[in-house]
Design a protein around this ligand. Sequence first.
Ligand code: HEM
Ligand code: HEM
Length: 105
Amino acid sequence: MNGEAWQQIAVYLLMLHGGAAMVTLLLLGALVPVHVLRAWRRGHNLVMGSVMVALNAILIVTAFGLYYLGSEAVRPWMSWVHLAFGVLLPALLALHIFLGRRQRA
Ligand code: HEM
Ligand code: HEM
C-alpha cells in the first residue's frame, strides 16, 4: 500500500474514533446520576472511582486540546498525554470494576 492509502485509513480511523468518543461522552454523562453519585454516597470504591473520573477528564481535556490548540509547542504534548492515558484506560477500568465488585460483595 502506498502512503496515500495509509493516510486515507488514518482519516477513517479518526472519524470512527470521533464517533465512538461522542457516544462515550453520552454514556459518561448518564453514568453520573445512576452510578457515580450512588457509589459516592455509599462510600464504595472511592479511590479507583476518583481515578476513573480523573482519567476520563484528562481524556476529554486533551481531546479538546487536540481539536482546538494548533500551536506547535502544545499539540504534541496533548497528543502524547491523550494517547498514554487512552491506552491505560482499559486496564484501569478493569481494576476499577474488580475492586468495586469486591467491595460491594
Ligand atoms: C467515569 C467514571 C466511572 C466509570 C466509567 C465507571 C465504570 C464502572 C463499571 C463499568 C462498573 C462495573 C459495574 C458492574 O459491576 O456490573 C463499575 C463498578 C463500580 N464502580 Fe464505577 N465507574 C466510574 C466511577 C465511579 C466512582 C466515582 C465510584 C465511587 C464513588 C465508583 C464506584 C464503583 C463501585 C462501588 C462499583 C462496584 C459495583 C457497584 O456497586 O455498582 N465508580 N464502575
Ligand atoms: C472520553 C474519551 C475520549 C474522547 C472524548 C476522545 C476524543 C478525541 C478527539 C476529539 C480527538 C481528535 C480527533 C481529530 O483530530 O480529528 C482524538 C484523537 C485521538 N485519540 Fe481520543 N478520545 C477519547 C479516548 C481515547 C482513547 C481511549 C484512546 C486510546 C488510545 C484515544 C486515542 C486517540 C489518538 C491516538 C488520537 C490521535 C491523536 C493525534 O491526532 O495526535 N482516545 N480523541
